[in-house]
Design a protein around this ligand. Structure first.
Ligand code: SF4
Ligand code: SF4
Length: 193
């Protein structure tokens, strides 16, 4: 099974299991000293698009409200800029906590996050092949795993606009040099150990 097929099969099931409450415990420990000051929310460049502000998300994590947490798109919108981590007066590892929530959503194959997990995996597949993302290949991989023939049409106007400004590379998909393969394999090994 190649990696594209693996992405597809991992995401195949439409019925996602509920995340086990224990998986939240390490994240709760990360944010348990939160004093609800809201500095993280005020610092977050993506807070405007989140349904729960970062402060509200940590409140729900501390309370173990997994239903609320895993129906929110807040952590999936975190762009890992580290502003909140740098500014939190309690010095909490908030960006790591956001990433840990993303990992749970991906591992548990939760329905609300399937699209973003596929998007992320397609992006990483291109980076794995070439050491950087090739936009056209990345989107081709994404369209293939999404299996929606209409999807490319939705992205076409944006793609054309970016291409006209030279923001998108037009290199065709290829297997790449495989130079980073060993690093990616090692990371997978560590993540699964
Ligand atoms: S900045 Fe830190 S202490 Fe303040 S609300 Fe956010 S997580 Fe809590
Ligand atoms: S790391 Fe994520 S949550 Fe924190 S400020 Fe940046 S985008 Fe927002």
């Amino acid at each position: 099974m190649n990696r594209l097929e693996k992405i597809e099969s991992e995401q195949e099931s439409e019925t996602a299991p509920a995340p086990v409450i224990d998986s939240l415990a390490p994240i709760r420990d990360m944010v348990s000293a939160c004093i609800q000051c809201g500095t993280c929310t005020g610092s977050c460049p993506n807070a405007f698009a989140m349904d729960l502000t970062p402060r509200q998300l940590w409140y729900n994590v501390i309370r173990g409200e997994k239903e609320t947490i895993f129906h929110s798109k807040t952590f999936s919108l975190c762009s890992v800029c580290y502003y909140c981590t740098l500014r939190c007066p309690r010095g909490l590892p908030l960006t790591d906590a956001m990433s840990a929530l993303k990992q749970i959503a991906a591992k548990e194959n939760l329905a609300p996050y399937k699209k973003s997990v596929r998007f992320y995996k397609s992006f990483m597949e291109s980076v794995r092949r070439h050491g950087r993302v090739r936009e056209m290949e990345f989107m081709t991989l994404y369209f293939m795993v999404m299996k929606n023939p209409l999807l490319p049409f939705r992205f076409a106007p944006l793609g054309m606009k970016l291409m006209s400004k030279g923001k998108v590379s037009v290199e065709l998909p290829s297997k790449g040099s495989g130079t980073l393969e060993a690093i990616f394999r090692k990371v997978e090994e560590l993540e699964n150990s």
